[in-house]
Design a protein around this ligand. Structure first.
Ligand code: SF4
Length: 348
C-alpha cells in the first residue's frame, strides 16, 4: 500500500496525495548557458521527465533562470544554497518549486522571507537534507552520520517551516549509502505527512549508480514510500530518466512504456542477441505503450516466452518466429526479424 501523503502542486505536476510517482532530473549544464540549458530541458521532457531542477548558484544564474523558465513547458525547480535572495528572485521569475537546505541559508529570518514569498505565490518548497551536509551538532549527538540524525535534522526544519504557517512542503532525506537511505525513509515515513522525494545521492556513474539507485529506490517503492523519484547519475541526465522509468516499471509502480524481456543467452543461442536486443531496446524506449516485448535466442525456450508476451520473437535455425498475443503471425528470415518486430510494436 502506498504511504498517504499531502498533495503538493508544482506547475502542472501533482506530487503526493495519491498522484502517480513522478520522475524528475536536474540539468548539468551551466545555468548561465541559457540555450544549452533550455535544450537539455527539452530533451529531458521528450524522454519522460516531469519536473526538472536547475542549480541557481549566483545572480547571473538567477537572471538566466528567469529566461529559461519562460522558454520551457516543464515545471522547473530552482536549487538554492546559501543565498536567500536567489530564492526570492527565482520565485519572482516563476519557479514552480524551490529546493533549499534551511541549514545553509543561515538566519531563520531569511528562511522566513523565502517561505513568505513562496506562500504568496503558491510555490512549494522542498526541504532537502543530505548525508553529506548534515549539521555538526547532530553528527556529534549521534556520533557520526546516521539515519536517526538525518531524520532529526529533517524534522527540525519541517517544524521550523510549519511554525511559519507553511505546509506546501516536499521532503528529501538522501544518503549515498543505500542502507542508511532506506532506514531514514522508514523512520520518517509516518512522522510527517509530506510527500517524499526519493533517490540515492551521488550514486555514481551509469552502471554502478543505476544499480545502487535501483536497489535504494526500488526497496522504498516496494514499501509504498516515495512520491517523486530522481536517479542521480554522473553523466547525461537523460540516462537518469531511462533508469527511473525502468525502476518504476520493475517495482510495478507504473505500467506505461515497453517492458522488454530478453533471454540471457546460452550455448543454444542462434543469433547475436546482445546486439539485437540492445538495438531494439534503444528504439522502443521512448514509446509510451503498455506492452511486454520478448526477444528470445532459440527455439527451445524462446517460443514459450515470446508467446506469453504481447509481441515476441523467437530466433531459430536460419529463421525467426514472430508472435503477437500468443499466436505466430510470421516466420521470417533472421535479418528481417528486428524490423518486423519494431513495426508490430508501432502498429499495436
Ligand atoms: S531462450 Fe534459448 S538461447 Fe535464450 S537462454 Fe533460453 S535456452 Fe538459451
Amino acid at each position: 500500500m502506498r504511504r498517504k501523503s499531502k498533495k503538493v502542486i508544482c506547475g502542472d505536476l501533482e506530487i503526493g496525495g495519491g498522484a502517480p510517482v513522478s520522475i524528475q532530473s536536474m540539468t548539468n549544464t551551466d545555468t548561465r548557458d541559457i540555450a544549452g540549458t533550455v535544450g537539455q530541458i527539452k530533451r529531458l521532457k521528450s524522454a519522460g521527465c516531469q519536473l526538472v531542477r536547475v542549480a541557481v548558484p549566483d545572480t547571473e544564474a538567477v537572471e538566466a533562470f528567469g529566461k529559461i523558465k519562460k522558454s520551457v513547458s516543464l515545471p522547473v525547480a530552482a536549487d538554492i544554497h546559501f543565498d536567500f535572495r536567489l530564492a526570492l528572485k527565482a520565485i519572482e521569475y516563476g519557479a514552480d518549486k524551490i529546493r533549499i537546505n534551511p541549514g545553509n541559508i543561515g538566519d531563520p529570518k531569511r528562511v522566513e522571507q523565502i517561505i513568505k514569498m513562496a506562500k504568496e505565490r503558491n510555490v512549494p518548497v522542498r526541504i532537502g537534507v543530505n548525508s553529506g551536509s548534515l549539521e555538526k551538532g547532530i553528527i556529534n549527538k549521534y556520533k557520526g552520520v546516521t539515519a536517526e540524525g538525518l531524520v532529526e535534522s529533517a524534522l527540525k526544519y519541517i517544524n521550523m517551516i510549519e511554525a511559519m504557517d507553511f505546509d506546501d512542503i516536499v521532503v528529501s532525506i538522501k544518503s549515498s549509502g543505500v542502507k542508511m537511505n532506506y532506514e531514514a525513509h522508514k523512520l520518517i515515513a509516518d512522522k510527517m505527512p509530506y510527500p517524499l522525494h526519493i533517490g540515492i545521492t551521488e550514486s555514481g556513474s551509469k552502471n554502478s549508480g543505476t544499480i545502487k539507485s535501483a536497489v535504494g529506490i526500488g526497496a522504498l517503492l516496494l514499501e509504498g514510500i516515495g512520491d517523486t523519484v530522481r536517479v542521480s547519475l554522473t553523466g547525461d541526465p537523460l540516462q537518469e530518466i531511462y533508469a527511473a522509468k525502468e525502476i518504476l516499471k520493475a517495482a510495478e509502480v507504473i505500467q506505461e512504456g515497453i517492458n522488454v524481456i530478453s533471454c540471457p543467452t546460452c550455448g543454444r543461442c542462434r543469433v547475436d542477441l546482445v546486439n539485437i536486443s540492445s538495438k531494439i531496446e534503444a528504439v522502443l524506449k521512448d514509446i509510451n505503450k503498455n506492452l511486454t516485448v520478448a526477444i528470445m535466442g532459440c527455439e527451445v525456450n524462446g517460443p514459450g516466452e515470446a508467446g506469453e508476451a504481447d509481441i515476441g520473437i523467437a530466433y531459430g535455425k536460419n529463421k525467426a518466429l514472430l508472435f503477437k498475443k500468443g499466436e505466430i503471425i510470421a516466420t521470417l528470415n533472421v535479418d528481417d526479424a528486428e524490423e518486423a518486430l519494431i513495426k508490430e510494436v508501432y502498429d499495436f
